[in-house]
Design a protein around this ligand. Structure first.
Ligand code: PBG
Length: 328
């Protein structure tokens, strides 16, 4: 594919001036490519810093108006909600996930009432914010049960849809849950509620700060390797995606982000479906601390986000979304 040679061909020619670099730029980033995660906490009038994630806070419901207005002003199309459940509301079964007055349900109702459809709401479907053992499903002999867990996830999804959630995002990695959730939503006339499946979620070491943020870090027993994917695998990701598309997923998540750009590219090449990348908490904190310690410049944030676009991602869940959309 090389169409000439040095010295008549000089690739630096197009890099000489800013206008020229802009002209030949192959990918760019806009705030409509971003999804902003928001952590929730019980109580009133609180914006609580999260130690492991500098610059990120947990918000009480009454504080959501301010932050969501900002997100809308910055033209970010969707937020993802994550709750910090108080310990006394956690149990072995994650029952609090089915309480219509839990933090996530209250937040959905509040946001939809105040902002109508000016912003999309995405909610995780998984039990880890609600279980005492910190796993995404029901635990028996240190193994997460699949089918029994799916039954609860179905109810959790329906409840979120009833509250007004726009995009149901199962992040649990149980087999078969997308199809079952789709069926139950349709049966209850929620045909238009979308499913964003975390089809490709790796058992990653980059989730540390998030588990701290939702309070599952200390409680988590063992690891999540018997349901989340082995980070050595690539072909398996295509099998996961193929299954979830057949079961009715509208969009596919690949998670984590930067260490998995090869997977994003592979999925995008093989399936013509929106692929969302999740730049997870560990990635965020590493970059943020690098900037804080003046090891890297702030422009590393845009570089990291554009890399997802280059790989083929349609949108990116990122804790940088709000900060960075100012500069786009
Ligand atoms: C849990 C869930 C996790 C994240 C999103 N949903 C953590 C996990 O699987 O342990 C991680 C997000 C992040 O690290 O930013 N179902």
């Amino acid at each position: 594919m090389i169409t000439g040679k040095y010295p008549s061909l000089r690739l630096r020619r197009s890099r000489k001036y800013d206008w020229s670099r802009k002209l030949v730029q192959e990918n760019n980033l806009s705030s409509s490519d971003l999804i902003y995660p928001i952590f929730l906490i019980e109580g009133k009038n609180k914006r609580q810093p999260i130690k492991s994630m500098p610059g990120i806070y947990r918000y009480t419901i009454d504080k959501l108006g301010v932050i969501i207005s900002k997100v809308i002003r910055h033209r970010i199309p969707m937020v993802a909600l994550f709750p910090l459940t108080p310990n006394n509301k956690k149990d072995k079964y994650g029952n609090e996930s089915l309480n219509e007055n839990n933090l996530v349900c209250k937040a959905i109702r509040y946001i939809k009432k105040k902002f109508k459809n000016k912003i999309g709401i995405m909610c995780d479907v998984a039990l880890d914010p609600y279980t005492t053992h910190g796993h995404d499903g029901l635990l028996k002999n240190n193994y997460v049960l699949n089918d029994k867990t799916v039954e609860i996830l179905m109810k959790q999804s329906l409840l979120q849809a009833q509250m007004g959630c726009d995009v149901i995002a199962p992040s649990d990695m149980m087999d078969g849950r997308v199809g079952k959730i789709r069926k139950l939503l349709d049966k209850n006339y929620y045909h238009d509620v979308q499913i964003l499946s975390y089809a490709v979620k790796y058992a990653s070491h980059f989730y540390g700060p998030f588990r701290d943020a939702v309070g599952s870090k200390k409680s988590l027993k063992g690891d999540k390797k018997n349901y989340q994917m082995d980070f050595s695998n690539k072909d398996e990701s295509l099998r996961e995606v193929a299954l979830d598309i057949k079961e009715g997923a509208d969009m596919i998540m690949v998670k984590p982000g930067m260490p998995y750009l090869d997977i994003i590219q592979k999925v995008k090449e093989n399936f013509k479906i929106p692929v969302i990348a999740y730049q997870v908490s560990g990635e965020y904190s590493l970059i943020k601390n690098g900037i804080k310690n003046k090891l890297i410049s702030e422009d590393a944030i845009i570089e990291s986000l554009i890399s997802f676009k280059r790989a083929g991602a349609t949108a990116i869940v990122s804790y940088f979304a709000l900060d960075i959309s100012n500069k786009l």
